[in-house]
Structures are given as structure tokens and as C-alpha cells.
Design a protein around this ligand. Structure first.
Ligand code: A3P
Length: 362
């Protein structure tokens, strides 16, 4: 990555910009030295501090956050591994914390994609005047990130922002990401085969991967400091959205009052943010903007639990389950119907389909 390819160089002169320039330079020096592997769409992925990031913007964004981001105790940070439900949680948290400011009939989520309402931390910090932009946001600031918990500076973990993490069955994440790559790859590139996507994913070579290390970083943090890290699961959100949204509101220090519950506010939020509602809004159906790297419709596909069944072979399922079992040390395996006893296919080399996890019903 050449220095000249960074488009938004900081202004020279003031001290803050000079600090940014030091980070830019360090980033440019480090990137050519990093392990590199195939990307899912345009750029290669580079391994930095144990995670695979797109070589240019993601690494620079991470470094700038580590060097310069000043968190506030009132910050709310939605953290996800890509394709785990970022869009959904952006909408749900936005609607929950701003519920007294907007009418459901004229709500901003009806005319804006959630990415337009929730700044992406490592993306916005790259922009020239990002510090003042982030500083200018009213409290509580609500930001989203893909940065693993372990890569945030300690000062940020102790200064009190609340992290909401959502994770998802890796088998569904793989399928979702593979389908997303179809949309993101330029027409002149051949399609990424499922087999190639599978190999990359299993080897940890996916954005902010290894997926399992990302999950573990937040899982551990949620056990150590449950008051600052809430760990949510996509499958639970789908099964019992009302329960999970109430949990979310309590964690954020904004529990629903009995009156709000009686008036159906929780139901309204869940309905507003549902896949069915958001995916059919005009703003989320049409490709209208060059402002964002990802076009609004690309964030919506099926929004279901268990679509992996329609795509993954038994061998793929067995290998993914094996990795999940080993890496997550048993946690979340029941949620994701990971086969714990994999000894038979380890011995026989093959697994019959009748032993595969049954799909999770909605
Ligand atoms: P699928 O590809 O399985 O359909 P992210 O927002 O982290 O990029 O994740 C995208 C995934 O979340 C996609 O999954 C997408 O369809 C799903 N999704 C988007 N909005 C959703 C919503 N409101 N409710 C549930 N799932 C949603």
C-alpha cells in the first residue's frame, strides 16, 4: 500500500494532524511487511495483530482508533463480525435509545439505511476532520465497529463505553458472506466459489477473522465485565426479539417503563427494525449512493436462521463444527447445534447426512 493511495491525508499544521500523520506513516511502513492472503472481493487481506483485515482502510482505521480515539463513558459501541447482524442491531439500538425523540410513523429508519444513522468508528476516524466530527456527535454517541475487543486499547476498556456485541452461527455467516461477495466483486472478476470461500473462512482469512477469535474476544470480555459488554446472539434475537430488546434496553440504562410496555413500544421497535420491514423500504431497495462502500440493498438477503443447510455439504458442516468446537471450547455449541461428538467422522472420514445438526426452527 503506497502512501499516495490514501486519499484523505490529514491537514498539516496543527498538532492533532501531525499525530495522525505519524499513524499514517507507521501504517504505510507496516503494511508491506504483513502476511497477505486472498481477498473476498477487491483488496487482499493482511494479518495484523492476529486478525485479517483489508490491507488499506481497515488497518489504517484500526491504527487511528488505537492511537487517537477518545472514548467517553457514555459511548455506545455496537461491535460485530461482518454478516452477524450489524444492520439489524444498528436499527434496534438506534430506535431504542431515541425512542422518545421520534414518531414511529415518520421515523428516520423509514428513510435512511442504518449505516447512514450510525457512524462506523474505524471508517469515520479516517476522514480528515474526523476527530471533530466524532467529537461533535451528541452524547450518548452511538458508533459501530468490527474491531475485536482485544485490539482496543486498555484505556478505552476502562473508560466506560458500553459495548453491544452480536454474533451468529458461523455456518450462516459463511453463507451470508459468500453471497455478499457475489455482489461486491466487480463484474470482471470471476465468481468466488463456495469451496474457495469455505477454505478462506476456515483458515481465518475473512474480514476481521478468524471469526472464532473475534467471538471469543467479546465473549470473554462479557464474562469479565458484564456491565460494559453485552453479548447477544442472532439466533436468540430471531427467536425472542422482544425479550432480547428489553435486555438490550436495560443494559443501555434505558429500560422500558411499564407504561411503554403496555403501549406496545417494544413491539413497535421490533416491527420497525424487522427484516421484513427494513428490506422492503424504498431506501433499502435501490442503489442510490456512491457515498458508501456498500450499497444499501446489499445488507439485506434472507435474514433467516439455518440457510447454511441449503448450501453447505456434509463435509463442510463437519469441518466447521469441528473448528467451532475446538476454538470456542464448547461455548455456544448448543445454540448452533454443533455436533459435540465428532469422533465417528474423525474415525471414518465421512459423515452421513442423518447425523448432521437439524436446522434451527424459527
Ligand atoms: P443473510 O445474508 O443470511 O440474509 P450485516 O448487517 O452484519 O452485514 O449482516 C447481514 C446479514 O443480516 C444478512 O444475512 C442480512 O440479510 C441480515 N439482516 C439484515 N437486516 C436484518 C434484520 N432487520 N433482521 C434480521 N436479519 C437481518
Amino acid at each position: 500500500m503506497a502512501a499516495s493511495s490514501f486519499t484523505s491525508l490529514p491537514n498539516e499544521g496543527d498538532q492533532e494532524s501531525q499525530g495522525y500523520q505519524t499513524t499514517y506513516k507507521r501504517c504505510n511502513d507496516i503494511i508491506p511487511t504483513l502476511p497477505r492472503d486472498t481477498g473476498w472481493w477487491l483488496s487482499n487481506l493482511c494479518q495484523y495483530q492476529g486478525f485479517w483485515l483489508s490491507s488499506s482502510h481497515a488497518i489504517l482505521g484500526l491504527m487511528l482508533v488505537q492511537d487517537h480515539f477518545m472514548s467517553k463513558p457514555t459511548d455506545i459501541i455496537l461491535a460485530t463480525s461482518p454478516k452477524c447482524g450489524t444492520t439489524w442491531l444498528r436499527a434496534l439500538i438506534f430506535a431504542t435509545i431515541n425512542r422518545t425523540s421520534y414518531d414511529f410513523a415518520t421515523h428516520p429508519l423509514l428513510t435512511n439505511n442504518p449505516q447512514a444513522l450510525v457512524p462506523f468508528l474505524e471508517g469515520h476516524i479516517r476522514v480528515n476532520d474526523s476527530t471533530s466530527f466524532l467529537e461533535s456527535l451528541p452524547s450518548p454517541r452511538f458508533l459501530s465497529t468490527h474491531i475485536p475487543y482485544s485490539l482496543f486499547p486498555d484505556s478505552m476498556k476502562t473508560s466506560g463505553p458500553k459495548f453491544v456485541y452480536v454474533c451468529r452461527n458461523p455456518k450462516d455467516v459463511l453463507v451470508s458472506k459468500w453471497k455478499f461477495a457475489e455482489k461486491m466483486r466487480p463484474k470482471e472478476m470471476p465468481p468466488l466459489s463456495l469451496q474457495d470461500a469455505f477454505e478462506l473462512f476456515c483458515n481465518g482469512v475473512s474480514h476481521y477473522g478468524p471469526f472464532w477469535d473475534h467471538v471469543l474476544s467479546y465473549w470473554k470480555a462479557s464474562l469479565e465485565t458484564p456491565e460494559t459488554v453485552l453479548f447477544l446472539i442472532y439466533e436468540d434475537m430471531k427467536r425472542e426479539p422482544l425479550v432480547q430488546v428489553k435486555r438490550l434496553a436495560e443494559f443501555l440504562g434505558k429500560p422500558f417503563s411499564p407504561e411503554e410496555e403496555r403501549e406496545g413500544v417494544v413491539q413497535e421497535i421490533v416491527r420497525l427494525c424487522s427484516f421484513k420491514n427494513l428490506s422492503t423500504l424504498e431506501v433499502n431497495k435501490s442503489i442510490i449512493s456512491t457515498e458508501y462502500f456498500v450499497q444499501n440493498p446489499y445488507f439485506f438477503r434472507k435474514g433467516e436462521v439455518g440457510d447454511w443447510e441449503n448450501h453447505l455439504t456434509p463435509e463442510m458442516v463437519a469441518r466447521l463444527d469441528q473448528i467451532t468446537k475446538e476454538k470456542l471450547e464448547g461455548i455456544l455449541c448448543d445454540k448452533w447445534k454443533v455436533r459435540i461428538d465428532l469422533s465417528r467422522e474423525e474415525n471414518d472420514g465421512e459423515q452421513s447426512t442423518d447425523q448432521l445438526p437439524t436446522p434451527r426452527s424459527e
